[in-house]
Design a protein around this ligand. Structure first.
Ligand SMILES: [Zn+2]
Length: 256
């Protein structure tokens, strides 16, 4: 589409973009793309991991409760996470939108988020304001490529330089170009660790993607492309979403 290539790369930090959810397996580039969205639109990135650590560090009642549960080796229950996420989303810097990282992880959490946003956040802004449900972008990657990219990582124990035996190999097998040290595989990059993480991701997020797909709200983006192309497409998705449902001046076109 002509529109897509004409998207400006200038920052656009005044208007309301609403919530953005990025879904994708580890290594798909969620962190990189989140940062692009944060920079362009001037909205915060909300990471549930960071929020939990922050509550624990500040010793809030939610943090103390979560800490006790995690100390027993249990998962923080949804009700507790809802409290933590709701508190954060009510803050002023989230008014024009935000990027969610690590949430929702289940279909139940996705349903809670929709209800929360409709009831509490976006309805009160103006009587003409449409409730703006999240734009949900799934970064699609080829699993074989992803596995090669993740398991091919090697690092130099001396200078820290990173290689990939499939995509950026050293000049001499297994040796650092700079100092000749023997390259090592970090624990996190071992194939069994990575397959485990990808399997867990698949199982966990399938129900989340099913939830949004059933409502025709899931936008799939091919993430096996240069980073800039992916970013441009994501900006296009966000800009169109805002035009259709998040701009208070356009209340009749609400997303429902
Ligand atoms: Zn080295």
């Amino acid at each position: 589409m002509a529109n897509e290539t004409a998207i400006s790369t200038a920052n656009d930090t005044a208007r309301n973009i609403g919530p953005v959810i990025l879904l994708g397996p580890p290594g798909a580039g969620k962190g990189t793309q989140s940062k692009q969205i944060v920079d362009r639109y001037g909205v915060p990135q909300i990471s549930t991991g960071d929020l939990l650590r922050d509550h624990v560090a500040r010793g809030t009642s939610l943090g103390l409760e979560a800490q006790a549960i995690m100390a027993r080796g249990e998962l923080v229950p949804d009700e507790l996470m809802y409290g933590i996420v709701a508190n954060r989303l009510r803050e002023a810097d989230c008014q024009r939108g935000f990027v969610l990282d690590g949430f929702p992880r289940t279909a139940a959490q996705a349903g809670w988020l929709d209800a929360f946003l409709e009831e509490e956040v976006f309805d009160k802004r103006s009587e003409h304001s449409a409730p703006c449900l999240p734009v949900v972008i799934q970064l699609l990657v080829d699993y074989t490529q992803l596995l090669l990219r993740l398991t091919g990582r090697r690092s130099c124990p001396t200078c820290g330089r990173l290689y990939n035996i499939h995509f950026q190999p050293p000049l001499v097998d297994e040796l650092c170009d700079v100092d000749g040290s023997k390259l090592v595989i970090r624990n996190d990059d071992r194939e069994d660790v990575i397959s485990g993480r990808l399997d867990a991701y698949e199982t966990q997020t399938r129900l989340v993607t099913d939830y949004y797909r059933a409502q025709r709200r899931l936008v799939a983006v091919n993430a096996d492309r240069p980073v800039d192309e992916i970013t441009a497409q994501i900006f296009g998705v966000i800009d169109r979403h805002r035009q259709n449902g998040c701009d208070p001046m356009n209340g009749e076109a609400r997303i429902k």
